[in-house]
Design a protein. Structure first.
Length: 132
């Protein structure tokens, strides 16, 4: 598709051999026209229609994640049932590991851990936005 656009630009900018390129079309028949299937075409100076497709802008979606930080290599961070050290540990997380962010409570980040809601200390984790 990019090649087709480059060719289209090259054909309309160059003109015919021995002629200078014009900045404006000479008649309405050289203007772009929409076609019902979402494609368009442009007429080159020799009257040949060159089809091209109009591509809509891409939309990037972000999701908030919790990343484990400030944990020494070889160590792990406790993942707990609730927002505090008085709650039972249900697992552990490695430095750099990421989890879906569900909220915050009393300095703890609520995450999705093994398909359940769990908590990690906010001191050892950070909320980041990640493109999907």
């Amino acid at each position: 598709m990019a090649l087709a656009l480059c060719l289209l630009c090259g054909l309309t900018a160059c003109g015919k051999k021995g002629e200078e390129a014009s900045s404006a079309p000479e008649s309405d028949d050289t203007a772009s026209s929409a076609v019902t299937d979402g494609t368009s075409s442009a007429a080159a100076e020799d009257g040949v229609d060159i089809p091209f497709v109009v591509v809509p802008e891409l939309t990037v979606q972000y999701v908030d994640m919790v990343e484990v930080i400030n944990v020494n290599e070889g160590s792990t961070l406790n993942v707990r049932e609730g927002p505090g050290t008085d709650y039972a540990s249900i697992g552990s997380a490695q430095p750099g590991q990421r989890f879906l962010y569900l909220g915050a409570e009393n300095g703890w980040n609520k995450i999705r851990y093994n398909e359940v809601e769990a908590y990690v200390s906010g001191e050892f984790s950070q909320v980041i936005s990640v493109a999907q």
